[in-house]
Design a protein around this ligand. Structure first.
Ligand SMILES: NC(=O)c1ccc[n+]([C@@H]2O[C@H](COP(=O)([O-])OP(=O)(O)OC[C@H]3O[C@@H](n4cnc5c(N)ncnc54)[C@H](OP(=O)(O)O)[C@@H]3O)[C@@H](O)[C@H]2O)c1
Length: 334
């Protein structure tokens, strides 16, 4: 298939758990392909908060996954295990279990999606992690429907910018919270009907005001901690709270269970990375059918904050952990 592969490749190695300074570029062998996988020559790799958590030693890769950081890549297929539908030369973006911060990455064929029309590698690499997560959690898990209202915390995050756009494009309306006026402006530009600067305003009171005291139908929460009781206070009858992260802590304070019972609320959550390839493949099929046409048409698009060459990966992690970014940070390997 195509041109000969090199004997070794560049990748990001970690000298141990710790701050961004543990990351450095190293050289080593290309990943071996397993059944059902393709080899992608990586042109760009997305950075996600989970990579920072893994680097710090707080979150390990699933069993059997590459220990190299990186869960999403975009590039060209240069080799494929027998039985996959790829012949080489296809431009794909892929959700991977690990190994993305490298010049070559093995990806399950069923988790590869084509680049949307007019996309370059950086834009394509910014898609998989947030679009798989938001698709799985807002629609399959949270059952968000056209005409309903979503509250998304961390509206300017990679996840938040995707959730605002996808909810809006599919006929729901979104309210976002974010930590500065500039971040709130960005959320509104992306289609949120309102954005609440949680450092200045009580989001519970504002949500009630914005929904004429009814509350919202679905909440996508990545803060956790003491947001639980406040989130429950924001939900309309039969509302659904979907928890996907706990940047504010995994322990909640006391809550009144009567609120859940009386108002018929649902509290749920999920993780993406440990799901098996079959389940991720089904999510990819749903995205290809329902979301990629929206990306082709420009009705939603990844928000790119900054790009970095592989050598400056530590700087990219520091920016993510500063929370100064709006949207996605991407490693550009071209
Ligand atoms: N369960 C899953 O399947 C899944 C999949 C992907 C991601 N996630 C989770 O989703 C979250 C967002 O991921 P991402 O890659 O989109 O992250 P990101 O771009 O780094 O955004 C995180 C943002 O959350 C906001 N935030 C609110 N409270 C915070 C707090 N207490 N500490 C730190 N930040 C806080 C910050 O913006 P403000 O200035 O507005 O506070 C920050 O920019 C992470 O927790 C990640 O682990 C879960």
């Amino acid at each position: 298939m195509g041109t000969a592969l090199p004997a070794s490749m560049r990748f990001v190695a970690a000298s141990g758990p710790g701050g961004p300074g543990v990351l450095a570029v190293a050289h080593g062998p290309l990943p071996a392909l397993r059944d059902g996988e393709v080899l992608v020559r990586v042109e760009a790799a997305g950075i996600n908060r989970v990579d920072c958590q893994q680097r710090a030693g707080a979150y390990g890769p699933p069993p059997g996954a590459s220990p190299v950081l990186g869960v999403e890549v975009a590039g060209e297929v240069v080799a494929a295990a027998p039985g996959t539908a790829f012949t080489g030369g296809e431009r794909v973006c892929a959700l991977v279990e690990g190994g993305g911060y490298a010049a070559y990455c093995a990806a399950p064929a069923t988790q590869c999606l084509r680049w949307p029309a007019g996309y370059d590698a950086v834009q394509a690499a910014a898609l998989p992690e947030t679009f798989f997560t938001v698709w799985a959690n807002l629609f399959a898990n949270g059952c968000l429907k056209p005409g309903e209202t979503l509250l998304v915390h961390g509206g300017s995050s990679g996840i938040g910018t995707t959730a605002i756009q996808l909810a809006t494009a599919l006929g729901a309306s979104a309210i976002a919270t974010a930590g500065s006026p500039a971040k709130c402006d960005a959320c509104v530009r992306l289609g949120a009907k309102a954005a609440i600067d949680y450092t200045r305003e009580d989001f519970v009171a504002r949500v009630r005001e914005l929904t004429a005291r009814r509350g919202v139908d679905v909440i996508l929460d990545l803060v956790g901690g003491d947001y639980l009781a406040r989130n429950l206070a924001c939900l309309a009858p039969r509302g659904r709270l979907v928890i996907i992260g706990f940047l504010g802590g995994s322990r909640a304070g006391e809550i009144d269970l009567a609120r859940i019972v009386v108002r018929h609320l649902t509290v749920t959550g999920s993780t993406l990375r440990p799901r098996d390839a079959a389940e991720k493949g089904r999510l990819a099929d749903g995205l290809a059918a329902s979301v990629w046409p929206l990306l082709d048409a420009g009705r939603c698009a990844p928000v790119i904050d900054r790009t970095y060459p592989l050598e400056r990966v530590a700087e990219a992690h520091a920016r993510m952990e500063s929370s100064a970014h709006i949207g996605k940070l991407v490693l550009d390997l071209r």
